[in-house]
Write a protein that binds this ligand. Sequence first.
Ligand code: TGC
Ligand code: FAD
Length: 365
Amino acid sequence: MQESVARLVGAEVLPLIQRCFEEHRFPQELIPKLASLGLLGSSLSGYGCAGLNAICYGLICQELERGDSGIRSFVSVQSSLCMYPIWAFGSEEQKNRYLPPMARGELIGCFGLTEPHGGSDPANMKTHAKKRGGDWVLNGSKMWITNGSLADLAVVWAMTPEGIRGFLIETGTPGFSAPEIEHKFSLRASVTSALFLDNVVVPEERVLPGVRGLKGPLSCLTQARYGIAWGVIGAAQACLRQLLDYTATRTLFGRPLAANQTIQVRLADMARRITTAQLLALQLGRLKDAGVMHPAHVSLAKWNNCRMALDVARDCRDMLGGSGISAEYVPIRHMLNLESVITYEGTETIHQLTIGRELTGLNAF
Ligand code: TGC
Ligand code: FAD
């Protein structure tokens, strides 16, 4: 699976991604190719999904993010944030209606949790749903939503008198709009949007029956954060790979840059950090496959591996000198993307405080 995805990234992603990043465009033409390899909902079983184990899913994320974080984001959101809650908490009718076309890439999802007033504290949710006869009426807004403007289906979390619940909103529903957020300096090859809900009517059969409360969206985040912990390794690998070529061929002071001790120390340190991040992700995958992975394990890996990848990308950018600011070289694109990746799915501080709470038993949020 890893080799198949690596081939796809080499043949289909790398030739166009720099241009997409510059043009602020998500390459939608890749969706059928991602789907035909079974990469959408790959770790779910049944309903046209591939049923792969957690380590396979991780390796898929790693290879995709070697191409660009935006491509891995697309797959994460479709698989872990949209298909997973339908698979885990949906009715049979909802699963049959949505999962097979989502696995085929014919129906695209987005996940609306974050709100404009503060994404780190989703318990303080303002978007609300009120019962009207057999329907729900939703009002509110969501911010920074990946895939928002290209989605056919939005999984929106809203406060109800019964606590937070998940609503499946087909995006043509009157009162729903999803304008794209422009002028981003990060994840430019990914669609990010706001969602507005103005008296959106959702029938009861489009509410996820299997979960109530914040643990619904947080369980989805656990799945997606797991994929990120693997994915960022690919971004760091791509930076180091290019730096090895560059430092081998650039001659300064009469010798290859790579022949300097301080350069070799920095390269070696990157290999150390990438390898330990990969071992952490591998062990996390083993725990997940054994059914004993805890959200705090995921926080540790998301924090460590995003920090590792961002530091590696920045250091690679530096060792490329002036060339490091050019889009011709991958580190600056990965570095800019990783500024989002370290923020979304729980900022670094959120994951540090999660581990702090686990260690001390005291809630510092
Ligand atoms: P807290 O009291 O800790 O928990 C409430 C309930 O949820 C359960 N729980 C979890 N369940 C599953 N997975 C997890 N990771 C869980 N964490 C907590 C918990 O057991 C409890 O259940 P119950 O039955 O007792 O009710 O809640 P809190 O309000 O104290 O919040 C804790 C905190 C700060 C960690 C949480 O709010 C948080 O994670 N904040 C960060 C929000 C975040 O990450 N947002 C991401 C939005 S989506 C996104 O960024 C997508 S980007 C995708 C892409 O493009 O790739
Ligand atoms: P805030 O929560 O306002 O945080 C601001 C700062 O305060 C951060 O540094 C944070 O670490 C710090 N902070 C917060 N609380 C504390 C505390 N208790 N102690 C100390 N410091 C604290 N969301 C979705 O729902 N769906 C998506 O698909 C999605 N995609 C995204 C794509 C992109 C490109 C980006 C950038 C974001 C996306 N998000 C999405 C939103 C993302 O999850 C949030 O940006 C993130 O959770 C942080 O929320 P915030 O931006 O409101 O920052």
